[in-house]
Design a protein around this ligand. Structure first.
Ligand SMILES: Cc1cc2nc3c(=O)[nH]c(=O)nc-3n(C[C@H](O)[C@H](O)[C@H](O)COP(=O)(O)OP(=O)(O)OC[C@H]3O[C@@H](n4cnc5c(N)ncnc54)[C@H](O)[C@@H]3O)c2cc1C
Length: 470
């Protein structure tokens, strides 16, 4: 529990009741705190506030909880569509899984029984991991030549990290590193394309990613003792259990459209015309979704700039059931790292089993940008054609079953925040500053953790801020 005074909340609830009596005409429901978003940040904040005795209403635009954590429960092997890899260092997430008695399992997606799962398919050629060093398609000399393309960003950005500790990425003393990765590395354009342009984990190219963001990522990854974990039965089980604990305090299908606040409280109007009044409001929407919500009075200029311009990573995930074991026909590893519009094609073994239950195309960067401009059925057909082109043995063997675009999801706007050069020093602090009775949380406001754990970290900070105001 994060320094929240139950007495403080109960005392303040009385004040809210008075306030509500006078302005009741505009609100059709009221609570001490209105939380926007039932992703991990919103649910964690709401649970802590409720545990401390506050009344809460969580407004969620979609018909489900979890936000960018989404498990496709109906598909064979129950694959993830959103946040996938968990670390044993995610102590808040692990704690929530324990609280709700949801088991976690060890995960190791890149290899099976010590054998590589992934090979490179580039410019019409298939290159096995042991053929990559010295291959004509490999533009590196020296130690980097021994690394497969997917390991390059981590090896390159893991060196010469000036941050003494993870939170230092927000310290103005390190602002000189808030420059493009391309400038920091000084690689050739072919090297940059391979390391940061094809299947990028962040942004779309080395020119659009901040070196400082990478230093924070590397500090987070380098924390000792981190083992890869996954939730038995799907990651979304955890937010689902959190939402179930909150019961009917979570309202689905309620997309916030307008937020009005003054010194006494906040009124949120949703797309369906309902209004919700609270003494405080915790906003956990990614800035890519918050851009479409009116905030009155408007936040300070720098905060607005952050809300308007912080980029999010486009990700498309397409799922195919393999109807033949075509990887046994051509003898290549089942998963592919390709430079095609099919991106990375991962063989998934559901539930920690040994059988491949699904092939998943994970597409990012410029390829995802192009797919996001196409009708979904055309995009799915293109991905399948690309897989079959890269790997002829797969012809006729893949049955398309699901397609998820995070970039085209109006309530996500992308997978996660990807700080562009200059943005961290310009507005990383401003974007998460309280604005009157509005408190901002969500993955993009976290300082020490990233992704799933970052969302939870941000919720705890938000609850501390609300508590301090009351
Ligand atoms: C494809 C993908 C892969 C990822 N991989 C990883 C990974 O391996 N490891 C990791 O740690 N993280 C990963 N992440 C990131 C991680 O999932 C997110 O950082 C985290 O879930 C964000 O939680 P949040 O609560 O901050 O935001 P969200 O989960 O986005 O929650 C915000 C909620 O607000 C709702 N909302 C939006 N607009 C409105 C509105 N107007 N009114 C009301 N509600 C609204 C949304 O529907 C959503 O439920 C991945 C994400 C994606 C998409």
């Amino acid at each position: 529990m994060v320094g929240l005074s139950r007495r403080g909340f109960l005392k303040a609830s009385g004040a809210t009741a008075l306030l509500l009596n006078t302005s009741h005409a505009r609100a059709n429901e009221a609570a001490d705190v209105i939380v926007l978003g039932a992703g991990l940040a919103g649910l964690h904040a709401a649970l802590q506030l409720a545990d401390a005795g506050a009344s809460v209403i969580v407004l969620e635009a979609k018909e489900r909880a979890g936000g960018r954590v989404q498990t496709l429960f109906d598909l064979p092997g129950i694959p993830e569509a959103g946040g996938t890899q968990l670390s044993s260092n995610y102590r808040r997430f692990v704690g929530l899984a324990e609280r709700f008695e949801i088991p976690l399992m060890e995960d190791s997606p890149m290899q099976r029984d010590g054998a590589p799962e992934l090979y490179v398919a580039m410019r019409g050629q298939s290159v096995l991991p042991d053929q990559w060093a010295g291959h004509p398609l490999n533009p590196f000399d020296g130690p980097l030549a021994n690394l497969p393309p997917w390991a390059l960003p981590f090896a390159a950005m893991g060196r010469d990290n000036p941050l003494p500790e993870i939170a230092s990425w927000r310290d103005p003393d390190f602002a000189e590193w808030d420059k493009p990765v391309s400038e920091h590395l000084g690689w050739t354009s072919e090297q940059l394309r391979l390391g940061f342009g094809i299947n990028p984990g962040y942004g779309a190219s080395a020119y659009s990613q901040s070196t400082l963001m990478w230093f924070q990522i590397m500090k987070a990854i380098a924390a000792p003792g981190g083992r890869l974990l996954t939730v038995d039965g799907g990651n979304q089980r955890v937010p689902n259990a959190m939402a179930a604990a909150l019961g009917d305090r979570v309202r689905y299908g309620r997309a916030a459209r307008h937020i009005e606040s003054d010194a006494d409280g906040v009124v949120v109007r949703t797309m369906d015309g309902s209004t919700y009044r609270g003494r405080d409001c915790v906003i956990t929407l990614p800035t890519s979704a918050l851009r479409t919500v009116d905030i009155d009075p408007a936040p300070p200029r720098l905060q607005q700039r952050g809300i308007r311009s912080l980029p999010y990573n486009r990700v498309v995930r397409a799922y195919f059931v393999p109807e033949r074991r075509y990887w046994e026909e051509d003898g290549l590893p089942p998963s592919i790292w390709s430079d095609s519009y099919a991106g990375r094609i991962f063989a998934l073994r559901g539930g920690g089993g040994t059988e491949i239950t699904m092939m998943q195309s994970f597409i990012t960067g410029r390829a995802a940008e192009l797919l996001d401009r196409m009708p979904q059925s055309d995009a799915m057909a293109l991905i399948q054609a690309e897989i079959e082109h890269v790997r002829p043995a797969a012809r006729g063997a893949l049955r398309p079953v699901a397609y998820v675009s995070w970039g085209n999801d109006p309530y996500a706007g992308g997978a996660y925040a990807c700080w562009a050069p200059g943005q961290i020093s310009a507005f990383a602090d401003a974007v998460s500053q309280p604005h009157g009775r509005l408190t901002f949380a969500g993955e993009h406001t976290a300082v020490r953790a990233r992704g799933i754990e970052g969302a939870l970290e941000s919720a705890e900070r938000a609850v501390r801020e609300v508590s301090a105001r009351n």
